[in-house]
Design a protein around this ligand. Sequence first.
Ligand SMILES: [Fe+2]
Ligand SMILES: [Fe+2]
Length: 290
Amino acid sequence: MPEHHVIHRPRAARPPTPLRSSAPWRLSDIDYAAIDRTRVANDSTLFTLVTMASFVETGSDLYAHVLVSYFDQDPEVAGWLAQSWEHEEVQHGAALRAYVEHAWPDFDWQTVYDAFFEEYAKTCTLPDLEPSRGLELAARCVVEMGTATLYSSLHDYVEEPVLKDLAARIYADEVRHYKHFYRYFRRYQQREAHGRWRVGRTLAKRMFASRDDDGYCAYRHVWHATRGGEGRSVERDYQAFLDRVGTLARRHAPRELPVDMLLRPLQLPAPALSGAKAIARTLYRWWLHA
Ligand SMILES: [Fe+2]
Ligand SMILES: [Fe+2]
């Protein structure tokens, strides 16, 4: 895209347009040698965000196995989870890690990640699986909505072309994950027939659970490795970081798509939709810290 288009585009953030077919991509498709370091080297908020995302995506493998075995009676879902979904989430972690290592070479990714993972595996609370598979699939829609929002915002914010491209690729994966989880949810819902109230509570619960927890665990380890020191407080710095992220989210997060993604599993009739959208928008803004 020519530079002047970037400058004059409307302020409202838009999710990336898919530039290619939804064919899977590989790590070797990312041209790390082309990274323009001058455009990212001094952006400490970006460094922290991308590193945190690389940690959480890489660590998601821990939780992936639990989910795969929850569906071991269903070869189609279990097969997709194990062969596509888990592999792609791990690749997100690896691709972001490689980006961090190229863009911020002073940061010792492996050492800090090891410390993060040791704590994450022990203490960072992984949300419990929902009591039924249908509800768990609905909750997974929330998680994929959250990651799609993150990478869409990152794509909109970042000017460095390699990271912009990587964010668009990961965004496309997360939207595709959402669509799979949603389709499987509908199938289970036909059998399990949960009321809207129950589904809505499950969605809200996962929304609350996904707001800060993993993030704070990752933040603390990045903070200790880069900014920790005499007289500094990790809690205070984390609040300031969230404020900056909220400011970025107000400008760069997509407006409507995540709200639609959040509400879709409720399968609301048209008359109820506008009221529900108002509530979902408020919840979404709170979740964004925006
Ligand atoms: Fe991911
Ligand atoms: Fe995903």
